[in-house]
Design a protein around this ligand. Structure first.
Ligand code: PEP
Length: 250
């Protein structure tokens, strides 16, 4: 399986800043493109088209950080899959922990987003992960199972194979500088693979599972070497092209 390294720029970067970062990244990578690595930038909606334009002649893909599960309608402030595709983006994040925990998105709503985005021709990175409280209460497996079941249960194997990636991101490790230990990552990724196996059968083995949570150039290669880790989703350390390019090459 190829390794997918994705940047989540969150609510950072104007159009000009996003274009500059994307162009800097392409020029840092272009003379020696890392083998077996795919690169993806989740840009803010306002900079989506600008970012897509900046990477248009490169293998870098672009995604949005959220999506609404309808083609169009009276949903003030929301953005449809068609609008995202129209900006030149091909991916979307669904269920990032900041949306689940700050904006109150339920597993069922995240599931609707993932299903509709896939149906509409976008690839989906479904983010799942437990809070510290849930981990300490021994609820890791039930949280991962609930989040995965609500999002994946209704999907066909074909749709999953065509466009679904999972990002395991322990909420307590996102933007905190606290990285999950190798044992924690191994345990959670094996759990995710097993749960996917129960829901999807043999398709589960082909779905990429990324790790996210305070990944940096210094810890990226050790995390990528772990079983069932097929890529990384990077927040803070993806904001600068130089540091993100080091992670891509890790
Ligand atoms: C994220 O935003 O998905 C993330 C993992 O952030 P950070 O790398 O900053 O922890």
């Amino acid at each position: 399986m190829r390794t997918l390294i994705a940047a989540n720029w969150k609510m950072f970067k104007t159009r000009a800043e996003a274009q500059q970062t994307a162009r800097d990244l392409v020029s840092l990578l272009q003379n020696d493109w890392p083998q077996e690595r795919d690169v993806l930038l989740f840009a803010p909606f306002t900079a989506l088209a600008a970012t897509a334009e900046a990477v248009a002649d490169s293998p870098v893909a672009v995604g949005a950080q959220d999506v609404y599960p309808a083609a169009e309608g009276a949903f003030t402030g929301e953005v449809s899959p068609g609008m995202i595709l129209d900006c030149g983006a091909s991916w979307v994040l669904a269920g990032h922990s900041e949306r689940r925990h700050i904006l109150g998105e339920s597993p069922a709503f995240v599931g609707r987003k993932a299903a509709f985005a896939l149906e509409s021709g976008l690839s989906v990175m479904l983010c799942i992960g437990e809070t510290l409280e849930e981990r300490e209460a021994d609820k890791l497996e039930i949280v991962l199972r609930t989040q995965l079941e609500q999002a994946v249960r209704g999907l066909s194997a074909e749709a999953c194979l065509k466009g679904l990636a999972i990002a395991y991101e322990p909420v307590w490790a996102i933007g905190t500088g606290k990285v999950a230990s190798e044992a924690d990552i191994l345990e959670a990724h094996a759990m995710v693979r097993n749960i996917l196996g129960v829901i999807l059968g043999s398709t589960a083995g082909s779905l990429p599972i990324l790790y996210g949570g305070s990944v940096k150039p210094e810890n990226a290669s050790a995390i990528l070497a772990l079983d069932n880790v097929n890529g990384l989703l990077v927040g803070g350390a993806s904001l600068r092209a130089e540091s993100f390019s080091k992670i891509i090459r890790a």
